[in-house]
Write a protein that binds this ligand. Structure first.
Ligand SMILES: [Ca+2]
Length: 391
């Protein structure tokens, strides 16, 4: 999607929203109002259109996502045992990359809340090299130094693309996780996301923040367009959604976590997620309130780090909630267009892996079948990426 269209998408959202609360719910939760319901022109606010849309609150029970050990949807699709191809790497792996030999696996999950990850279906993949970890701040800095690339969050906003919006509000910036000081309803992501003028990859939390001590953390505040630009410069590409899931599963079959069957392994937290009470009290049992070094947690069965937690990873595919019904069996590239019933009319790309904000109280999509999605022009403080090279 070109930047112009992306901005037009933003603009359309801005004039179709009713209020911060409603739009925040539309973006973060979806389905809060029928698409055909007429809406009033709001008091415009940049903040509302830039909320990320990766997570959906649970709809049942005590407000927590159900235990993956007990939440299984019947007739979710045929499951086969994962077959990791015995294909040796065609050449020495590029520095920092891991050979994923491809094979066959069951893509999707029977885990209850993940309705868009069904039916489970067999996918066959060719081999590829994947970055062992997400692109770091230090690596992204090299790219920017070499190319003088300006990320989406740093670019001026054109008033023509935002009719009716006060020019003073059109300030480059990005959305930042800003935890409230008290318990808040989980049905309004506006309670913990804030648009911060001046926030970008170099200043992830806005002016006054920097990357000192975070050189080995994943870069964040990068839009899909930024990730694609980096990949092209590096001679790589973004992974397809299928490549990411196959890699995340690490050769295992339908395990709920990329490391195995239980959230903790021998009492050890295996990924950077959110502990405590979301979003107001982060007990940081895993040691990190926000991003962590890319090698802080153990790698999975393929030797890949942070395939769950830390930051979401942009994938190349457009997002459609119903894609698994029609996905090609071999090397699927994603649908030709995008549709998210939670937010019709907004084109989105797939994100995978979950982030440091994932918790069973709000977002369990760090589990390998979980799908995330977001507008290509919208990064945030918990979205990064990694790259692949075809075999
Ligand atoms: Ca954490």
């Amino acid at each position: 999607m070109c930047a112009k269209n992306s901005l037009l998408n933003r603009s359309r959202l801005m004039v179709s929203a009713r209020s911060f609360c409603v739009l925040a719910m539309l973006v973060a939760l979806g389905g809060c109002r029928p698409a055909s319901e007429p809406v009033e022109t709001p008091a415009p606010t940049v903040t509302t259109v830039l909320l990320p849309s990766c997570c959906t609150a649970p709809e049942q029970g005590d407000g927590r996502f159900p235990d993956p050990a007990t939440s299984h949807v019947e007739d979710s699709g045929k499951v086969i045992e994962t077959v990791v191809a015995k294909i040796p790497p065609p050449r020495k792996a590029p520095e920092g990359m891991v050979w994923i030999p491809g094979g066959k696996f069951s893509m999707g999950t029977d885990y209850g809340p993940f309705g868009d990850a069904r039916p489970i279906h067999t996918v066959e993949l060719s081999g590829y090299y994947m970055d062992a970890h997400a692109v770091t701040n230090a690596e992204f800095a090299k790219f920017v130094k070499a190319t003088h690339y300006v990320t989406v969050a740093e670019r001026p906003l054109n008033p023509r693309d935002f009719p009716g919006v006060d020019k003073s509000m059109l300030v480059p910036g990005a959305i930042v996780f800003t935890p409230p000081t008290q318990e808040v309803p989980l049905n309004d992501a506006g309670n913990w996301w804030r648009y911060v003028p001046g926030a970008n990859w170099k200043n992830p939390e806005g002016p006054g923040s920097d990357l000192k001590g975070r050189e080995n953390h994943p870069v964040v505040q990068v839009a899909w367009d930024d990730a694609v630009a980096y990949a092209k410069w590096a001679g790589k590409r973004l992974p397809t959604e299928a490549e990411f899931e196959f890699a995340a599963r690490g050769g295992a079959t339908q395990k709920p976590f990329v490391w195995g069957d239980t959230f903790c392994e021998d009492g050890k937290l295996m990924a950077n997620t959110f502990q405590g009470h979301f979003p107001d009290k982060n007990t940081k049992d895993d040691g990190y309130e926000r991003t962590s070094p890319v090698d802080a947690f153990p790698p999975n069965g393929f030797g890949l780090y942070d395939m769950a937690g830390n930051v979401w990873n942009w994938c190349s595919d457009w997002y459609r909630n119903d894609y698994y019904k029609n996905s090609p069996a071999k090397n699927p590239q994603g649908p030709k267009d995008s549709f998210d019933p939670e937010e019709p009319g907004v084109m989105k790309r797939v994100q995978r892996g979950g982030s440091f904000l994932c918790t069973d109280q709000f977002c369990s999509r760090y589990m390998p079948g979980g799908r995330g999605k977001g507008a290509p022009d919208t990064g945030s403080s918990h979205i990064g990426f990694r790259c692949v090279i075809g075999g």
